[in-house]
Design a protein around this ligand. Structure first.
Ligand code: NDP
Length: 315
């Protein structure tokens, strides 16, 4: 059974930054790529808010560059996914989708979260080609100046995204499948008082229109069954995120949505020697740069914890 000093699960900005720091600290990290090597940025197009790229950078290119940087310092990658683990004793044991078992002294969980999509064929097609379907207003809102937009959902994310998008759009429709918002009262008040936001109640998206770029939505009234088409310049999903933490929630403290809970202001979890970073432990910021930041934090905490263990300071 292969034994490693540090295993990092996930290869998005959090995992790769944790790898960069642990590799440069000579800890020879092993990174599990997971189902989508490079993480969420590999399914985005232009990234303009990652510091250091004044002209912007394509998401996949940014991840290729991060990967090349960590490989330079000897990080090893395994194209496999961690399916379950035993964190009840050290060394920790990880079982993978390919049927392999690994043990490690320290574990960094950087498995990220995925935005939920409606699951419509044209939605997926346009999202993949950067054709006006996005799940991140902070990332992409800037590209939608002077057009009418739709935000799908009725929770805090949808209202927050819609409010943010009114900085660029001429109008933002919140398309919600029921007749009342799930969002907090404060958020509801924000939406109600913003003249650029209009609610489309009891409305469901049944198709996304447009060949290379979104041109509109086919909508359906969930009460009357009436269908119609609405011209639109962009669609933003705000129907929630799913943290990829299934393999760990048996052991690691988490909230009701499955986000891992760390000690305040830290990456340390309830299990000593296990650290969590990036979107798997963050439902607030969810940015590449914050994921990279907490990945760095996890690496530094791991390094210090391993040093303490070696010095006999462990509990
Ligand atoms: P929520 O689960 O709270 O809301 C999801 C919304 O999307 C619901 O209105 C739901 O409809 C709708 N929805 C889900 N699936 C579909 C679907 N297939 N088709 C159409 N609509 C769908 O997720 P959020 O991301 O909004 O929030 C997650 C957590 O993060 C919450 O605890 C929230 O409070 C918090 N948060 C806080 C923020 C803040 O305080 N600034 C900002 C963003 C999030 P329905 O209501 O009918 O179920």
């Amino acid at each position: 059974m292969p034994h490693e000093t540090v295993i990092i699960v996930g290869s998005g900005p959090a995992g790769l930054t944790a790898a960069l720091y642990t590799a440069r600290a000579n800890l020879k990290p092993l990174v599990f790529d997971g189902l989508r090597p490079g993480g969420q940025l590999t399914i985005t197009t232009e990234v303009e808010n990652y510091p250091g790229f004044p002209e912007g950078v394509q998401g996949p290119e940014l991840m290729d560059r991060m990967r090349a940087q960590v490989e330079r310092f000897g990080t090893r990658f395994v194209m496999d996914e961690v399916e379950s683990c035993d964190l009840s004793q050290r060394p920790f044991t990880l079982h993978t989708a390919n049927g392999d078992t690994y043990t490690c002294d320290a574990l960094i969980i950087a498995t990220g979260a995925d935005a939920k999509y409606l699951g419509l064929e044209n939605e997926e097609r346009l999202q993949k080609i950067g054709g006006g379907v996005s799940a991140c207003a902070t990332c992409d809102g800037f590209f939608y100046k002077g057009v009418e937009l739709a935000v799908i959902g009725g929770g805090d994310t949808a209202v927050e995204e819609a409010t943010f998008l009114t900085r660029f759009a001429t109008k933002v429709y919140i398309v919600h499948r029921r007749d009342s918002l799930r969002a907090s009262k404060a958020m509801q008040a924000k939406a109600a008082s913003n003249p650029k936001i209009e609610m489309l109640w009891n409305t469901q998206v049944i198709d996304v229109l447009g060949q290379n770029k979104i041109s509109g939505l086919r909508l359906k009234n969930t009460v009357t069954g009436e269908e119609w088409e609405k011209p639109i310049g962009g669609m933003f999903l705000g129907i929630g995120h799913q943290p990829n933490t299934k393999a760990f929630v048996q052991w690691i403290d988490h909230d009701e949505l499955g986000y891992l809970v760390t000690k305040p202001g830290r990456t340390a979890t309830n299990i000593e020697g296990v650290f969590a970073c990036g979107d798997a432990a963050d439902h607030v910021y969810r940015q590449a740069v914050t994921a990279a930041g907490t990945g760095c934090g996890a690496a530094i905490e791991t390094e210090r914890w391993l040093e303490e263990q070696a010095a006999g300071g462990g509990h």
